[in-house]
Design a binder for this molecule. Sequence first.
Ligand code: PMP
Length: 397
Amino acid sequence: MFFDHIEAAPADPILGLTETFKNDPNPKKINLGVGVYKNEAGVTPILDCVKQAEKLIFETETTKSYLPITGLPEFGRLTRELIFGADSELVDGGRAVTCHCPGGTGALRIGADFIKQQNVAAKMWISDPTWANHYQIATAAGLKFERYPYYDRATHGLAFERMLETLNQAEEGDVVVLHACCHNPTGIDPTVEQWERIADFISEKKLLPFIDFAYQGFGHGIEEDAQGLRIIASRCKEMIIASSYSKNLGLYNERVGALTIVSADKETAARVLSQMKIAVRTAISNPPAHGEKVVTTVLSNNELRALWESELTAMRERIRNMRVLLVEKLKEAGAGDFDFITEQNGMFSFSGLNKDQVEILRKEFSIYIVGSGRICVAGINAENVDALAKAIADVIK
Ligand code: PMP
């Protein structure tokens, strides 16, 4: 027998939670587990700019033949413009090369494959905690990983000094994975001054930054959220970026992400690109077209681009407003000071709730939160916030 020895994998904690949520008959149930944006009505909408781009594509598309291995060149250029800024020499200068990968996940995996295949490095340093897939992707690609501390439970902030102390053990040539903004799961990002220190540290220690940029525009704005990445780019000649359009264009199931690699000069970049193509070819042959065409259409059409920016602003502001409202309601409910929630960025918040409290919230109040206490703030709305705040106040008493 070939398969007899196979043991059942542990259930994915977040997907398992969604299943239990679906089966909960309580009409007042609240799901703060999932990692997708929801509007005030609790719906994950298709953006208007996307709908309009899809209409244009539908009317003009003449073939479903394969895209180039790296995707459309214009998609790569627009992606670089977004991450490095329109004025950056990295957009057209030839040092940075980009390929479309299926989602941020695809970009992370193909980036890790490239590192392994090309003997770029053997070890990755990944934050603790992080989006759990980071650890699995490193392992699946055949890379070793170590964790560096990130979250300070006492201050609900960044464990900055401990992070650098631990990274001091990294050896020259190791890779450091950083979240560009809206750190998942904590919502805590370095300040500009901290980014500068991180960038100096990485460049002095000759480490390779691998930046996961899954939430551009969800923190403070498209340009603001790229600040840390751009500081790193100004100090480090080489870097890898895995970016995603899942969240900021709401293209979750279309799988649009990008892997961008920056080399010290354009001759090296051309060789890197030739090997990135092999990594893509081996994993997926060539990318799916629809989402990539949507992104290219939205970003290159002035009207749709302006519409996208306003829709993205609305999503970001809704999340910010919910943070403020939750903190207010928690105060009103006598839960004490949760001000740190308004300091965090993006869709997620480390609430500080422990496993037992999370369990009581689920069993007694039909409120679904991941065991770590991570809350998806986008799941909060004006209708459920009162009940949520009261329940939290109750469990932490
Ligand atoms: N990185 C982080 C930090 C994420 O939170 C996610 C999505 N949850 C991803 C990457 C992957 O996103 P995608 O859906 O584009 O693969």
